[in-house]
Design a binder for this molecule. Structure first.
Ligand SMILES: Cc1cc2nc3c(=O)[nH]c(=O)nc-3n(C[C@H](O)[C@H](O)[C@H](O)COP(=O)(O)O)c2cc1C
Length: 200
């Protein structure tokens, strides 16, 4: 396994949630939550569901950065509070300030597959910070689930009421877990999400 992936203890085949930072041809930095899957030889792939801004930027510049973050708040901010994100633009691609690690990469290929695009990438450089141990709190995974599901609402809306209701129920379930097991800031993000999607 490549040095960046083994340093992080990544498992082949698993999907990891990271923040992908890119810049447009205008140089404006952009951050989006994305799942990435490790392949052999240190390569990795992500899927862009539709023509995302990230995909447009990756096509235009061929460069990006995986930002390894542990706080759900960063994923929340990517979707609902992008002004709270700050970037360091001194490298080949912008990176998120405050992340635990950064993997810069170049795009090897972009292939359309039905409703999504598979982007295959090769790391060019990486840097990791020393971080404290972090015990698991279920609220964070549930907030993450709720955030991911919320980005699929538009797609499900086009599939009819039954599908849409199923998705709302799932989001409600996860917000319930955040309410039971989370700390105040996490609950506040869950409530903002609920109100944003018309659940409360
Ligand atoms: C944790 C998390 C993971 C996500 N993973 C993906 C993904 O793998 N592919 C994707 O297209 N969108 C994914 N999304 C949704 C995008 O982050 C979101 O729709 C984004 O606004 C679209 O990207 P853009 O800002 O580059 O247009 C994810 C969202 C969250 C919260």
């Amino acid at each position: 396994m490549s040095s960046w992936a083994s340093r992080l203890g990544l498992k082949l085949g698993a999907l990891y949630e990271v923040v992908v930072t890119t810049s447009g041809v205008d140089g404006k930095p952009h951050a989006a939550a994305m799942g990435v899957r490790l392949l052999k030889r240190g390569l990795f792939q992500m899927r862009s569901y539709g023509e995302t801004r990230t995909l447009t930027n990756l096509r235009a510049t061929g460069l990006g950065c995986l930002n390894i973050v542990r706080s759900c708040e960063v994923f929340f901010n990517c979707l609902f509070n992008p002004e709270a994100l700050s970037f360091d633009s001194s490298s080949v691609a912008p990176r998120l300030k405050g992340a635990d690690g950064w993997v810069f990469f170049k795009v090897l290929s972009v292939e359309p597959r039905g409703g999504y695009y598979v982007v295959t990438c090769s790391p060019t450089d990486f840097e990791f910070r020393r971080v404290k141990p972090k015990p698991i709190c279920r609220a964070e995974s549930s907030l993450l689930e709720a955030l991911i599901h919320s980005t699929r609402l538009d797609l499900y809306r086009s599939m009819g009421d039954e599908k849409l209701n199923e998705l709302y129920k799932l989001i409600e379930h996860h917000i319930g877990i955040v309410e039971r097991t989370g700390w105040p800031e996490l609950k506040s993000m869950a409530r903002r999400l609920a109100s944003h999607i018309g659940l409360s």
